[in-house]
Design a protein around this ligand. Structure first.
Ligand code: 6GU
Length: 247
């Protein structure tokens, strides 16, 4: 299992450092993932290697020209990349954990970083399989969004996280936020670690964590509960929390 990210960007330098640290650096070193940037400027048109131009019909800003983007996509394909082409744009579907999971099973993923007012519509129509946004705010370009997606997807590639369990216990796995975590010392500035965590009773600890996860999700992200995997005990506990809140 390994995954190659092909990143099309006008600013390949932005990608020099983010993957040189921690888990992703190790995954690259071990050959579990690869991150290849492709400088769109190298596919630019004319003596100035233009990659953008004025919008037909007038208006503000510049539009990314289709020719450099399509030349780059075709070259990546010709070299054997099989996976989908994803355009990063605030107009795309909002990225989520399930999408990360699906992308992590692929062998290649091509990420096109949009800049300026956008990309010529014909590129979307003919060469883009999916459009993805990372949230409801506007960035100056798709580069940071691509980095977010690489990070979230790479850690789900089999073998990248040392402990396969830790991905399962993440926030959003099972649809709930994560329970609170504590480490030593047992008392810090007068604040005690919850007693149950020191009890050695693994059943009681698991129940406490589950309930904390449910409580947090209800308080902070109640929208997640409708899609979460809940059993009858979870539902009873949530009912109790809701009735306590009503007082
Ligand atoms: Cl993918 N691109 C830009 N420019 N802004 C964004 C985004 C993407 N996702 C959220 N905001």
């Amino acid at each position: 299992m390994s995954l190659v990210f092909h990143i099309l960007t006008l600013f390949p330098g932005m990608f020099e450092s983010p993957f040189r640290w921690g888990i992703l650096a190790k995954a690259i070193q071990e050959g579990k993932i690869r991150v290849e940037t492709h400088d769109l400027r190298e596919y630019g048109v004319g003596p100035h290697r233009a990659t953008d131009d004025y919008p037909y019909g007038g208006g503000e800003g510049m539009v990314m020209k289709p020719d450099p983007l399509v030349a780059a996509i075709e070259e990546i394909r010709a070299r054997g990349a099989k996976g989908p082409v994803i355009l990063l744009t605030p107009q795309g579907e909002v990225f989520h954990q399930q999408m990360a999971k699906e992308l992590a099973s692929l062998s290649d993923l091509t990420l096109v970083c949009g800049r300026y007012e956008g990309v010529d519509e014909r590129v979307r129509q003919g060469w883009v399989d999916q459009e993805v946004s990372i949230g409801d705010y506007i960035l100056t370009g798709g580069e940071l969004a691509a980095m977010v997606i690489v990070d979230a997807v790479a850690r789900l590639v089999p073998g990248v996280l040392g402990n396969e369990d830790s991905a399962l216990k993440d926030s959003f796995e099972g649809g709930l936020l994560k329970y609170p975590q504590y480490t030593r010392p047992a008392v810090f500035r007068g604040m005690r670690v919850p007693e149950v965590l020191l009890s050695g009773d693994h059943g009681a600890i698991a129940r406490w964590r589950r309930r904390q996860a449910l409580k947090r999700t209800l308080e902070r992200r109640p929208d997640l509960l409708s899609k979460a995997e809940l059993d009858s005990e979870d539902l009873r506990f949530l009912e109790r929390l809701r009735s306590e809140a009503e007082g």
